[in-house]
Write a protein that binds this ligand. Sequence first.
Ligand code: NAD
Ligand code: APR
Length: 237
Amino acid sequence: MLSDSIVVLTGAGISAESGLRTFRDNNGLWEQHRVEEVATPEAFESNPERVYRFYNDRRAQLAEPAIQPNPAHLALAELEKACSGEFLLVTQNVDDLHQRAGTRNIIPMHGQLRQARCLRSGEVTEIVTDLDASNRCDCCQPPAPMRPNIVWFGEIPLQMDRIQQALCQADLFIAIGTSGQVYPAAGFAALAAECGAHTVELNLEKTGGTFEQGFYGKATEVVPDFINRLLGGADVG
Ligand code: NAD
Ligand code: APR
Protein backbone atom coordinates (compact mmCIF):
# COMPACT_ATOMS: atom_id res chain seq x y z
CA MET A 1 0.00 0.00 0.00
CA LEU A 2 1.31 3.45 -0.82
CA SER A 3 0.41 4.70 2.64
CA ASP A 4 3.03 2.33 3.96
CA SER A 5 6.52 3.19 5.08
CA ILE A 6 8.89 2.11 2.30
CA VAL A 7 12.67 1.64 2.48
CA VAL A 8 14.57 0.88 -0.73
CA LEU A 9 18.22 -0.31 -0.83
CA THR A 10 20.06 -0.07 -4.14
CA GLY A 11 23.43 -1.38 -5.29
CA ALA A 12 25.58 -1.16 -8.39
CA GLY A 13 23.16 -3.31 -10.40
CA ILE A 14 20.60 -0.52 -10.71
CA SER A 15 23.16 1.63 -12.53
CA ALA A 16 24.56 -1.16 -14.73
CA GLU A 17 22.19 -0.40 -17.64
CA SER A 18 23.14 3.27 -17.39
CA GLY A 19 26.66 2.16 -18.36
CA LEU A 20 28.35 2.12 -14.92
CA ARG A 21 30.22 -1.08 -14.05
CA THR A 22 29.23 -3.17 -11.06
CA PHE A 23 31.80 -4.68 -8.69
CA ARG A 24 31.38 -8.45 -8.65
CA ASP A 25 29.83 -9.31 -11.99
CA ASN A 26 31.81 -10.33 -15.03
CA ASN A 27 34.04 -7.39 -15.96
CA GLY A 28 33.24 -5.88 -12.55
CA LEU A 29 35.50 -3.23 -11.02
CA TRP A 30 37.01 -5.72 -8.58
CA GLU A 31 38.26 -7.80 -11.50
CA GLN A 32 40.58 -4.98 -12.58
CA HIS A 33 41.32 -3.26 -9.29
CA ARG A 34 42.31 -4.75 -5.95
CA VAL A 35 40.09 -3.41 -3.17
CA GLU A 36 43.18 -3.20 -0.96
CA GLU A 37 44.79 -0.82 -3.45
CA VAL A 38 41.93 1.60 -4.13
CA ALA A 39 39.14 1.29 -1.53
CA THR A 40 40.71 1.21 1.93
CA PRO A 41 42.17 3.91 4.24
CA GLU A 42 45.48 2.02 4.15
CA ALA A 43 45.53 2.27 0.34
CA PHE A 44 45.06 6.05 0.56
CA GLU A 45 47.82 6.29 3.15
CA SER A 46 50.33 4.26 1.13
CA ASN A 47 49.54 5.41 -2.42
CA PRO A 48 47.09 8.34 -2.51
CA GLU A 49 47.72 9.03 -6.20
CA ARG A 50 46.40 5.58 -7.18
CA VAL A 51 43.28 6.09 -5.03
CA TYR A 52 42.70 9.62 -6.38
CA ARG A 53 43.05 8.25 -9.93
CA PHE A 54 40.56 5.37 -9.34
CA TYR A 55 37.86 7.79 -8.20
CA ASN A 56 38.80 10.51 -10.72
CA ASP A 57 38.25 7.99 -13.54
CA ARG A 58 34.86 6.96 -12.13
CA ARG A 59 33.86 10.61 -11.54
CA ALA A 60 34.87 11.58 -15.10
CA GLN A 61 32.71 8.76 -16.46
CA LEU A 62 29.69 10.23 -14.63
CA ALA A 63 30.09 13.43 -16.69
CA GLU A 64 29.78 11.55 -20.00
CA PRO A 65 26.51 12.47 -21.80
CA ALA A 66 25.69 8.77 -22.29
CA ILE A 67 25.55 8.19 -18.53
CA GLN A 68 21.95 8.97 -17.60
CA PRO A 69 19.39 7.72 -15.04
CA ASN A 70 17.59 4.66 -16.46
CA PRO A 71 13.91 3.59 -16.14
CA ALA A 72 14.64 1.88 -12.83
CA HIS A 73 15.97 5.11 -11.28
CA LEU A 74 13.02 7.03 -12.74
CA ALA A 75 10.44 4.51 -11.47
CA LEU A 76 11.80 4.89 -7.93
CA ALA A 77 11.40 8.67 -8.16
CA GLU A 78 7.76 8.11 -9.19
CA LEU A 79 7.24 5.70 -6.29
CA GLU A 80 8.52 8.31 -3.84
CA LYS A 81 6.11 10.92 -5.26
CA ALA A 82 3.14 8.52 -4.95
CA CYS A 83 4.07 7.30 -1.47
CA SER A 84 1.99 9.05 1.19
CA GLY A 85 3.87 7.24 3.97
CA GLU A 86 7.55 7.55 4.80
CA PHE A 87 9.91 6.88 1.84
CA LEU A 88 13.67 6.44 2.17
CA LEU A 89 16.11 5.35 -0.52
CA VAL A 90 19.44 4.05 0.84
CA THR A 91 22.03 3.60 -1.89
CA GLN A 92 25.42 1.89 -1.74
CA ASN A 93 26.20 3.58 -5.04
CA VAL A 94 28.42 6.63 -5.20
CA ASP A 95 27.06 7.82 -8.55
CA ASP A 96 24.45 10.62 -8.69
CA LEU A 97 21.86 8.88 -10.85
CA HIS A 98 19.14 8.65 -8.16
CA GLN A 99 19.56 12.38 -7.47
CA ARG A 100 19.40 13.17 -11.18
CA ALA A 101 16.28 10.98 -11.54
CA GLY A 102 14.54 13.21 -9.00
CA THR A 103 14.46 11.07 -5.87
CA ARG A 104 14.72 13.40 -2.88
CA ASN A 105 14.94 11.37 0.32
CA ILE A 106 18.26 9.59 -0.28
CA ILE A 107 21.05 8.37 2.00
CA PRO A 108 24.23 7.66 -0.06
CA MET A 109 25.70 5.41 2.66
CA HIS A 110 29.02 4.87 0.85
CA GLY A 111 29.49 8.57 0.05
CA GLN A 112 29.44 10.32 -3.31
CA LEU A 113 31.93 10.53 -6.20
CA ARG A 114 31.09 14.20 -6.70
CA GLN A 115 32.18 15.17 -3.19
CA ALA A 116 35.54 15.72 -1.48
CA ARG A 117 36.18 15.70 2.27
CA CYS A 118 38.70 17.87 4.15
CA LEU A 119 41.23 15.61 5.89
CA ARG A 120 41.43 17.98 8.85
CA SER A 121 37.84 19.16 9.49
CA GLY A 122 35.86 16.49 7.67
CA GLU A 123 33.89 19.21 5.87
CA VAL A 124 32.39 17.99 2.58
CA THR A 125 32.43 20.00 -0.64
CA GLU A 126 31.02 19.28 -4.09
CA ILE A 127 33.56 18.53 -6.85
CA VAL A 128 33.11 17.67 -10.50
CA THR A 129 36.70 17.62 -11.74
CA ASP A 130 39.77 15.62 -10.76
CA LEU A 131 40.92 15.59 -7.14
CA ASP A 132 44.57 15.09 -6.16
CA ALA A 133 47.08 15.80 -3.41
CA SER A 134 47.51 19.38 -4.64
CA ASN A 135 43.87 20.27 -3.91
CA ARG A 136 43.32 22.17 -0.67
CA CYS A 137 40.16 22.80 1.32
CA ASP A 138 38.82 26.31 1.88
CA CYS A 139 37.50 25.51 5.36
CA CYS A 140 40.78 25.59 7.28
CA GLN A 141 43.76 27.82 7.87
CA PRO A 142 46.19 26.78 6.60
CA PRO A 143 44.15 24.95 3.91
CA ALA A 144 44.32 21.15 4.25
CA PRO A 145 44.43 18.28 1.71
CA MET A 146 41.21 16.52 0.78
CA ARG A 147 40.14 12.90 0.10
CA PRO A 148 37.30 11.47 -1.95
CA ASN A 149 34.12 11.52 0.17
CA ILE A 150 33.79 7.74 -0.22
CA VAL A 151 33.29 5.22 2.62
CA TRP A 152 36.07 2.63 2.19
CA PHE A 153 36.27 -0.97 3.39
CA GLY A 154 36.63 -0.94 7.16
CA GLU A 155 35.04 2.51 7.55
CA ILE A 156 31.58 3.20 8.94
CA PRO A 157 28.80 4.06 6.48
CA LEU A 158 27.02 7.38 6.72
CA GLN A 159 23.82 7.98 8.72
CA MET A 160 23.55 4.43 10.07
CA ASP A 161 21.29 5.51 12.99
CA ARG A 162 18.77 7.02 10.59
CA ILE A 163 18.91 3.93 8.35
CA GLN A 164 18.36 1.50 11.23
CA GLN A 165 15.43 3.57 12.54
CA ALA A 166 13.80 3.56 9.08
CA LEU A 167 14.33 -0.20 8.71
CA CYS A 168 12.65 -0.87 12.07
CA GLN A 169 9.61 1.20 11.02
CA ALA A 170 9.34 -0.07 7.43
CA ASP A 171 6.24 -1.88 6.15
CA LEU A 172 7.96 -2.65 2.83
CA PHE A 173 11.70 -3.19 2.14
CA ILE A 174 12.91 -3.50 -1.44
CA ALA A 175 16.53 -4.44 -2.34
CA ILE A 176 17.54 -3.66 -5.93
CA GLY A 177 20.74 -4.52 -7.81
CA THR A 178 22.91 -5.56 -4.89
CA SER A 179 24.76 -8.83 -4.37
CA GLY A 180 24.35 -8.54 -0.59
CA GLN A 181 28.07 -9.15 -0.03
CA VAL A 182 29.02 -6.10 2.02
CA TYR A 183 27.87 -5.39 5.56
CA PRO A 184 26.07 -3.58 7.07
CA ALA A 185 23.91 -3.17 3.91
CA ALA A 186 23.79 -6.97 3.51
CA GLY A 187 21.97 -7.20 6.86
CA PHE A 188 19.24 -4.64 6.13
CA ALA A 189 16.65 -7.11 4.75
CA ALA A 190 16.89 -9.34 7.83
CA LEU A 191 16.55 -6.35 10.18
CA ALA A 192 13.52 -5.02 8.28
CA ALA A 193 11.91 -8.50 8.31
CA GLU A 194 12.52 -8.84 12.06
CA CYS A 195 10.61 -5.58 12.51
CA GLY A 196 7.69 -6.85 10.45
CA ALA A 197 8.44 -5.47 6.98
CA HIS A 198 7.49 -7.31 3.81
CA THR A 199 10.79 -7.87 1.95
CA VAL A 200 11.26 -7.96 -1.83
CA GLU A 201 14.38 -8.53 -3.96
CA LEU A 202 14.56 -7.12 -7.51
CA ASN A 203 17.81 -8.32 -9.08
CA LEU A 204 19.37 -9.84 -12.19
CA GLU A 205 19.58 -13.13 -10.35
CA LYS A 206 18.66 -14.46 -6.91
CA THR A 207 21.28 -13.64 -4.28
CA GLY A 208 21.98 -15.38 -0.97
CA GLY A 209 19.66 -13.02 0.87
CA THR A 210 16.28 -14.08 2.37
CA PHE A 211 13.29 -12.24 0.93
CA GLU A 212 9.54 -13.01 0.99
CA GLN A 213 9.29 -12.15 -2.71
CA GLY A 214 11.78 -11.92 -5.56
CA PHE A 215 11.44 -10.74 -9.15
CA TYR A 216 14.45 -11.43 -11.34
CA GLY A 217 15.64 -9.81 -14.54
CA LYS A 218 17.13 -6.53 -15.70
CA ALA A 219 16.44 -3.61 -13.35
CA THR A 220 15.08 -1.50 -16.22
CA GLU A 221 12.37 -4.17 -16.67
CA VAL A 222 11.63 -5.65 -13.24
CA VAL A 223 11.75 -2.36 -11.27
CA PRO A 224 9.25 -0.35 -13.37
CA ASP A 225 7.02 -3.45 -13.63
CA PHE A 226 6.99 -3.97 -9.85
CA ILE A 227 6.42 -0.29 -9.13
CA ASN A 228 3.65 0.02 -11.74
CA ARG A 229 1.81 -2.87 -10.04
CA LEU A 230 2.33 -1.20 -6.66
CA LEU A 231 1.03 2.13 -8.01
CA GLY A 232 -1.90 0.29 -9.58
CA GLY A 233 -2.99 -0.86 -6.13
CA ALA A 234 -1.54 -4.37 -6.12
CA ASP A 235 -1.34 -5.49 -2.53
CA VAL A 236 2.25 -6.63 -2.00
CA GLY A 237 2.69 -9.62 0.24
P1 NAD B 1 33.01 -6.34 4.59
O1 NAD B 1 33.69 -7.42 5.34
O2 NAD B 1 31.71 -5.82 5.09
O3 NAD B 1 32.83 -6.71 3.07
C1 NAD B 1 33.04 -8.01 2.77
C2 NAD B 1 32.72 -8.08 1.34
O4 NAD B 1 33.34 -6.98 0.70
C3 NAD B 1 33.34 -9.33 0.81
O5 NAD B 1 32.37 -10.39 0.86
C4 NAD B 1 33.68 -8.90 -0.57
O6 NAD B 1 32.57 -8.97 -1.37
C5 NAD B 1 34.03 -7.43 -0.37
N1 NAD B 1 35.46 -7.35 -0.13
C6 NAD B 1 36.11 -7.12 1.03
N2 NAD B 1 37.42 -7.15 0.82
C7 NAD B 1 37.58 -7.39 -0.50
C8 NAD B 1 38.69 -7.56 -1.34
N3 NAD B 1 39.91 -7.47 -0.85
N4 NAD B 1 38.49 -7.81 -2.64
C9 NAD B 1 37.23 -7.87 -3.12
N5 NAD B 1 36.14 -7.76 -2.39
C10 NAD B 1 36.33 -7.52 -1.11
O7 NAD B 1 34.04 -5.18 4.38
P2 NAD B 1 34.63 -4.36 5.57
O8 NAD B 1 36.07 -4.26 5.38
O9 NAD B 1 34.09 -4.86 6.88
O10 NAD B 1 34.00 -2.96 5.23
C11 NAD B 1 32.67 -2.81 5.52
C12 NAD B 1 32.52 -1.34 5.55
O11 NAD B 1 33.17 -0.70 4.42
C13 NAD B 1 31.09 -1.03 5.42
O12 NAD B 1 30.90 0.09 6.18
C14 NAD B 1 30.92 -0.70 3.95
O13 NAD B 1 29.84 0.18 3.81
C15 NAD B 1 32.22 -0.05 3.60
N6 NAD B 1 32.58 -0.27 2.20
C16 NAD B 1 32.65 0.75 1.33
C17 NAD B 1 33.09 0.50 0.05
C18 NAD B 1 33.18 1.57 -1.01
O14 NAD B 1 33.89 1.42 -2.00
N7 NAD B 1 32.43 2.64 -0.81
C19 NAD B 1 33.46 -0.76 -0.33
C20 NAD B 1 33.26 -1.77 0.59
C21 NAD B 1 32.87 -1.53 1.88
N1 APR C 1 19.72 -5.34 -13.35
C1 APR C 1 19.54 -5.81 -12.09
N2 APR C 1 20.55 -6.30 -11.32
C2 APR C 1 21.78 -6.32 -11.87
C3 APR C 1 22.05 -5.86 -13.18
C4 APR C 1 20.95 -5.35 -13.92
N3 APR C 1 21.08 -4.91 -15.17
N4 APR C 1 23.37 -6.05 -13.42
C5 APR C 1 23.90 -6.58 -12.31
N5 APR C 1 22.95 -6.78 -11.38
C6 APR C 1 23.09 -7.33 -10.04
C7 APR C 1 24.06 -8.47 -9.96
O1 APR C 1 23.37 -9.70 -10.15
C8 APR C 1 24.58 -8.35 -8.52
O2 APR C 1 23.76 -9.11 -7.64
O3 APR C 1 23.60 -6.30 -9.24
C9 APR C 1 24.41 -6.87 -8.21
C10 APR C 1 25.73 -6.11 -8.18
O4 APR C 1 26.46 -6.58 -7.07
P1 APR C 1 27.89 -5.93 -6.73
O5 APR C 1 28.66 -5.78 -7.97
O6 APR C 1 28.44 -6.71 -5.59
O7 APR C 1 27.53 -4.46 -6.26
P2 APR C 1 26.98 -4.02 -4.84
O8 APR C 1 26.09 -5.06 -4.24
O9 APR C 1 26.44 -2.66 -5.01
O10 APR C 1 28.32 -3.93 -3.95
C11 APR C 1 28.16 -3.45 -2.61
O11 APR C 1 30.54 -3.35 -2.34
O12 APR C 1 32.58 -2.93 -3.21
C12 APR C 1 31.58 -2.41 -2.45
O13 APR C 1 31.17 -0.12 -2.17
C13 APR C 1 31.02 -1.16 -3.05
O14 APR C 1 28.81 -0.33 -2.72
C14 APR C 1 29.55 -1.45 -3.17
C15 APR C 1 29.35 -2.61 -2.26
